[in-house]
Design a protein around this ligand. Structure first.
Ligand code: J2J
Length: 540
């Protein structure tokens, strides 16, 4: 047994043994899963993207050839590689090539910009950064130039498409070479945390734990070889990647269709053409789909399951899914750190529309606690703590933060406020962490505050959520200016120039002279949110 990558906390041996004995961890790697599927049903279609259709055999061969080429470039097992690819077929050949090589993808989102990407590259000491040439009007090669200037350790920029000054992905296909299999208990890749701190946190996931969550999720969603999964959300996100997502579909031998955008005008023709059976959305998109589906311009009759998660889906909208789309709603309450809850396909409509589901397995330990970590009475609301066979025991290289984000006995503090129904289902009632959930996109308040504080006219800043009928929440930055307030637009432009992803730019800026304080002298974000509703009442 080899040790885990340094900087990655792991499960104590007694838990690891238990999870193996219970059959959760089976000692498989992602590379082996693909190999086995290619041998079993090589001619089935694995990936559809635009006019490309790759069979399992083709995906398998491409991964082998790319792995050889990446190795020839000098990329070694455990090297970190920041992967920022949108929903294109190359995403998956790159993933599996890296898995086979034992190199570790760091999954960035297409929306990330130079502030985030430079940080990921520097913090993980990445040797390579893999991008598309362009995507929805944005040129990732110019982003890569900025990142390369800021992170000298980055040795390679690899481009799917027109590479410009960088290395074309297409130049890397080489004759397959013999590679040693990575250890299933070692880290396979890094996911990003939604975060609640000043700097983003990285989540180490192992082959063993992630394959378990993917396999069990595929079973819960009843995926098989006839399943067709439409990947409409960005594939790098934990939800469309693993719940059961693209990897679950692959595990089951089904077909994944990659949608370049999640809008009905792009997704509906794909559902009709490819006879899609299951897809996953965040609540704002689900509402757009419900409105568009009423027009009935496309045949969506193949759709059996619509998964909605990432943020709370209102009961009102949830009730519209079956009558409007003729399929089952599945609520999914998950997190990149591990724990995923699903309503089950055969649950009563009442459970499906009023809860966020229950954990994958009874070995997902759930505790609902008060401020002093004491368990609340059954059915009462409290903070959710969890521990289990696919929930991490700590973030990558974050010892100090880990001692706060995990209990001493290894429970992850999710920061979510929930209650458990008599059926054992979770209902998300709120949040205790300092994060804004902008329609499923997570914004760590402190991260944005730190960027605002870098502006010369800003004395202090506090970022809070404001309710929004469409996104659920939007962001508002309260700013104490040093002197006369600068134009709000100059502050948001400043954040953009610093290379912050667009979804983190405050939707609204309010100038104040001081922040309301709590009893212990901390900024009261609750009082700030109330300030806003008062100001709105005055201006309306
Ligand atoms: C309320 N809040 C939710 C829900 C997530 C599957 C599905 C989602 C994610 C995800 C994921 C919610 N109702 N249905 O990784 O595999 C909020 C909670 C949670 C945080 C995690 C998956 N579903 N949330 O959203 O890491 O606050 O993962 O702690 O991006 O999203 O965010 P993230």
């Amino acid at each position: 047994e080899t040790a885990l990558l340094p900087g990655c906390p792991t499960w104590p041996e007694e838990f690891a043994t238990r999870y193996r004995q219970a059959g959760y961890w089976r000692g498989e790697t992602f590379g082996q899963v693909l190999r086995e599927r290619a041998q079993r049903h090589g001619e089935r279609t694995a990936i559809v993207a635009g006019t490309q259709r790759w069979s399992y055999r083709e995906l398998d061969e491409r991964a082998d050839r790319l792995a050889a080429g990446l190795q020839a470039l000098g990329i070694k097992p455990r090297d970190r590689v920041v992967v920022q690819l949108p929903n294109i077929a190359a995403f998956f050949e790159v993933c599996f090539a890296l898995f086979r090589l034992g190199a570790l993808p760091v999954f960035a989102l297409p929306a990330h910009r130079s502030a985030e990407i430079s940080y990921f590259c520097a913090f993980t000491e990445a040797v390579a950064y893999i991008i598309p040439d362009r995507h929805v009007g944005f040129d990732y090669r110019s982003l890569a130039e900025q990142v390369r200037d800021r992170v000298p350790g980055l040795r390679h920029v690899i481009v799917a498409g027109d590479a410009g000054p960088f290395t074309p992905l297409s130049s890397l296909y080489a004759s397959p070479v013999e590679l040693s299999e990575p250890s299933p208990s070692d880290v396979a890749f890094f996911q990003l945390s939604g975060g609640s701190t000043g700097i983003p946190k990285l989540i180490p996931r192992t082959h063993d734990d992630y394959i378990y969550s993917v396999r069990a999720s595929a079973e819960i969603c009843q995926l098989d070889g006839s399943s067709v999964y439409l990947c409409a959300l960005p594939a790098a996100h934990n939800f469309p990647l693993s719940s059961p997502g693209v990897l679950g579909t692959l595990y089951a031998g089904g077909t994944t269709v990659l949608a370049p955008a999640p809008s009905p005008d792009v997704a509906f023709p794909l559902i009709e053409r490819e006879r899609v059976t299951i897809t996953a959305l965040v609540p704002p998109l689900a509402m757009i789909w419900l409105d568009a589906a009423s027009a009935r311009r496309h045949d969506l009759s193949s759709l059996r399951v619509l998964q909605v998660g990432g943020a709370k889906f209102s009961e009102e909208a949830a009730r519209r899914v079956r009558p409007t789309l003729g399929c089952t709603l599945q609520q999914v309450f998950g997190m990149a750190e591990g724990l995923v809850n699903y309503t089950r396909l055969d649950d009563s409509e009442e459970l499906i529309v009023t809860t966020q589901g229950r954990p994958i397995t009874s070995d997902d330990e759930i505790r609902v606690v008060d401020e002093d970590d004491n368990e609340v009475a059954p059915g009462e609301t409290g903070q959710l703590l969890t521990r289990g066979p696919y929930t991490i025991r700590g973030y990558y290289k974050a010892e100090t933060h880990n001692s706060r984000a995990f209990t001493s006995d290894g429970f992850y503090r999710t920061g979510d406020v929930v209650r458990v129904t008599p059926e054992g289902y979770l209902v998300v009632e709120g949040r205790e962490k300092d994060q804004i959930n902008r329609g499923g996109e997570k914004v760590a308040a402190e991260e944005v505050e730190n960027h605002l504080l870098a502006h010369p006219a800003v004395h202090d800043a506090a970022v809070v959520a404001i309710p929004d009928p469409f996104l659920g929440e939007r962001t508002c930055a309260f700013v104490i200016p040093r002197e006369a307030p600068p134009p709000a637009a100059s502050l948001t432009a400043f954040l953009r120039e610093r290379g912050l992803a667009a979804f983190k730019i405050p939707d609204r800026v309010e100038f104040v002279e001081a922040f309301p304080k709590t009893g212990v002298g901390k900024v009261s974000k609750k009082a700030l949110r109330e300030t806003l509703s008062r100001r709105n009442a005055v201006s309306n």
